[in-house]
Design a binder for this molecule. Structure first.
Ligand code: OSB
Ligand code: MG
Length: 375
């Protein structure tokens, strides 16, 4: 597979509903799309870094910089036998996994389209539908939270995740559990607590949560080991798992019982498969996280979530919860049983509405062998 051209586009889309986590409230999503051309085909990827460095140290501007100045030259004009060669080809650049993933995932889409196969078949997926859950942000009132949970359960979603932070934790879980005693329920703290909060977080134990996601710092492993000894709720790591190696160490140290896989956070599909396989070999269930992706990134996530060890419902929901309209037509829909079919057309298998992509694009750059940087 020879890659002839890389286009990078910086988009901004208003969110259909605001989304609040422990690190703040968002009303819109900024992100990069990467379009690769080669062998007469086109592949698309989405880089999930946001406009701010509050979830991850990467932002849309850092991913733009890293892709245009340092990564494009490592793939444009080059030939690869398989997309698993893309991540290693970018290894000289340290970190910056969201920038790398945008390119790497576009290369998988391109490769699958060249073969005429759905991406899931190329990734090693084994199921034709994935189980879907929702991530519900911090609300203005507990009544509003309970009403949103009610609405999402009625839509069929199989598990509810609510965002928590100090001051919006026990009360929020109590309010939801009082009305819905038996649903699959979990919480995500996005690193809002400190190691001294063990006794406080142990008060969540009676609510039978599936897990608490990322209670402590974004780069911590060992404080989570201690916290897991103090609480019964299983710990799931999100932010802390930047690489497969950190996951290996976190599992060995018993810092978590579950891992959330986001391909953007670990550098793309190939690293996600390695992480998935590592977890499977160690009896650690995984689920697919979300980063408020457009339909392009979401389609990638659906294909990846068709791998066998994604045994828990993920944060992959219908387009209309995020963007109206989405960049794809039709948008992603969730069936009444809370599942999403894995697309069967070649590549990511969704129709990208290029006029909508262009309308949301604020800046773009097209790189081929005549104008790539080389340093
Ligand atoms: O921590 O999982 C997270 C969104 C942006 C950044 C971080 C997270 C999230 C979500 C939303 O929880 C998941 C989704 O896309 O629905
Ligand atoms: Mg999370």
């Amino acid at each position: 597979m020879k890659i002839d051209r890389l286009d990078v586009k910086l988009l901004r889309l208003p969110l259909a509903q605001f989304f609040e986590t422990s690190f703040g409230r968002s009303y819109e999503k900024s992100f990069l799309l990467i379009r690769l051309e080669g062998e007469g085909h086109v592949g698309w990827g989405e880089s999930v870094a946001e406009g701010h460095p509050y979830y991850s140290s990467e932002t849309t501007e850092t991913t733009w910089h890293i892709i245009t100045e340092f990564l494009a030259q490592r793939v444009v004009g080059k030939t690869f036998e398989h997309p698993r060669e893309i991540f290693p080809a970018m290894a000289r650049v340290r970190g910056n996994n969201m920038a790398k993933a945008g390119i790497e995932m576009a290369a998988w889409d391109l490769y699958a389209r060249i073969l005429g196969k759905p991406l899931s078949a190329v990734l090693g997926g084994t199921r034709d539908r994935i189980a879907s859950g929702v991530s519900i942000g911090i609300q203005d009132s507990l009544d509003q939270l309970v009403a949103k949970v009610d609405k999402e359960l009625a839509a069929g979603y199989r598990r509810i995740k609510i965002k928590i932070k100090p001051g919006w934790d026990l009360n929020a879980v109590e309010a939801v559990r009082a009305k819905f005693p038996d649903i699959l329920l979990m919480v995500d703290a996005n690193a809002a607590y400190s190691p001294a909060d063990g006794a406080h977080l142990a008060k969540l134990d009676p609510y039978k949560l599936m897990m608490i996601e990322q209670p402590l710092d974004y780069d911590d492993v060992m404080d989570h080991v201690q916290l897991q000894k103090e609480i019964a709720t299983p710990i799931c790591l999100d932010e802390s798992i930047h690489t497969v190696r950190i996951a290996r160490d976190a599992i060995a140290a018993k810092a978590c019982k579950i891992i959330n896989i986001k391909p953007g956070r670990v550098g793309g599909h190939a690293e996600s498969i390695r992480l998935h396989d590592l977890c499977q070999a160690n009896g650690i269930p995984v689920w697919h996280g979300g980063m408020l992706e457009s339909g392009i990134g979401r389609a990638h996530n659906i294909h990846l979530a068709s791998l066998p060890n994604f045994t828990l419902p993920g944060d992959i929901a219908a387009s209309k919860r995020y963007f109206v309209p989405d960049l794809i037509e039709p948008g992603i829909e969730v069936a009444a049983d809370g599942t999403i079919p894995v697309p069967t057309a070649p590549g990511i298998g969704v129709n990208i509405v290029e006029e909508r992509v262009q309308a949301a694009t604020g800046r773009q750059m097209s790189l081929d062998v005549t104008n790539i940087k080389s340093h």
